[in-house]
Every structure is written in C-alpha cells, then in structure tokens.
Design a protein around this ligand. Structure first.
Ligand SMILES: Cc1cc2nc3c(=O)[nH]c(=O)nc-3n(C[C@H](O)[C@H](O)[C@H](O)COP(=O)(O)O)c2cc1C
Length: 188
C-alpha cells in the first residue's frame, strides 16, 4: 500500500472533483490517498508520502500560480518520488487536434517554467459552469466560449470531463507507483 498525496489548484471546483475521483480509484486499488487544495499546502510534509500527484486547471492560459510556486519550491523532493501531473482545461474538452495542441502548449509552458518533468501526465477536459459565474465573469466567459468553442451552447452549464479517462489515469498511476516502490524494495 502506498500513501499518495494529490495537491491541486482549482478555480470553480472541477479540478477538486477530478482529484476526488482519482483518490477514489487509488483507494479502490488498495492505496492510501490524500487530497489537498494547494491553498492549504503549507500543512503538508511531502516526506510523509510515497508518491505525489499535482493537478491544476487552466485560467487565461495558465495553471494556478500557487501550483507553479509549489512545484518550483518542492522540485528537489518531487524528482525523488513517483509523480504525476494532471491538467484540466477547456482546450482538452474540445476533443480536436487544435484543442489537444492548445492543451499541450499549456503543459509545455508549465514544464518549462517549473523545470519539473512528472512521470505520468493526464490532460482532461473541464467544465463551464456559467450559472455559477458572477455577472462580469459570465459575460466574459460567454464571449470567450463563443469564439473558442463555437459548438458549446453558452446558455447551459456543460461538463466535458471524461470520467473514464480520469479513472484510467488513476489506475495507470497506481500501477506505476506499485512498480516503482516494488523496484525500490528490490534494489535496497
Ligand atoms: C475565467 C476562466 C478562464 C479560462 N481560461 C481558459 C483558457 O485560457 N484555456 C482553457 O483551455 N480553458 C480555460 N478555461 C476553462 C477551465 O480550464 C475550465 O473551466 C476548468 O473546468 C476549470 O477548472 P476548475 O474549476 O478546477 O478551476 C477558463 C475558465 C474560466 C472560468
């Protein structure tokens, strides 16, 4: 059994939902999952965990600043453990080559800025919850979505997350952690 912490940034809650779904799957595989909002990360000691997942969502072309800061500050520890990163974005929700390229562009920039190469990566579509945005944000988002996601009906909330993909990522990460920890035991 591995203790696996997921540290995530979220604006409107979709990445928190993804982190919870991943934790469910890791628990189902017999591991001990913990999820922590990056805003509370000061209370976390990475030394207490066998493996680390980091999650972030994209707003205005970037992941949460707190996630970038956390990864940069803890890079030296992260490279010693099995790690994964997942990104939640509107771009991945498009399910098109252009959307994929956009999502990979965000990821490349994150890797460049943090100089951290996670061992496993998941790119997931997010959600647009127009009904929960404030007046100004709703107006801005409707304009952006109309331009970038012409297929979306901006009068309705919409969730693009493919939960099977999320579960498959968690499953693949669990297998990877088991292999890495198994190897570590053999080497020692
Ligand atoms: C203000 C705002 C800006 C956004 N900007 C982008 C963007 O630049 N690129 C993108 O692919 N998705 C963008 N999105 C879509 C979000 O990534 C998507 O809504 C995601 O589900 C947010 O996850 P969260 O609730 O965990 O923050 C934006 C969403 C909002 C509300």
């Amino acid at each position: 059994m591995a203790s696996i912490v997921t540290i995530y940034g979220t604006g409107e809650g979709q990445t928190a939902k993804v982190a919870d779904r991943i934790a469910d799957e890791l628990g189902r595989r017999g591991h001990k999952p913990t999820t922590v909002n990056v805003k509370e990360v000061d209370s976390v000691d990475l030394a207490n965990f066998d493996a680390v997942l980091v999650g972030a969502s994209i707003h205005m072309g970037r992941p949460q600043k707190e996630v970038r800061k956390f990864v940069t500050a803890n890079r030296d520890v992260l490279v010693t453990k099995p790690t994964g990163f997942f990104q939640v974005s509107g771009a991945s929700g498009k399910e098109s080559e252009a959307g994929d390229a956009e999502a990979i562009g965000y990821l490349d920039e994150f890797i460049d800025v943090t100089n951290w190469r996670p061992d496993r990566i998941g790119l997931f579509g997010g959600a647009f919850r127009f009904s929960e945005y404030g007046f100004l944000m709703r107006a801005v988002m409707k304009r952006i979505v109309k331009k970038k996601h012409p297929e979306v009906d901006a009068t309705q909330d919409i969730e693009f997350t493919d939960w099977e993909e999320v579960a498959a990522f968690a499953d693949e990460f669990a297998t990877y952690v088991e292999e890495r920890l198994g190897q570590a035991v053999t080497v020692n």
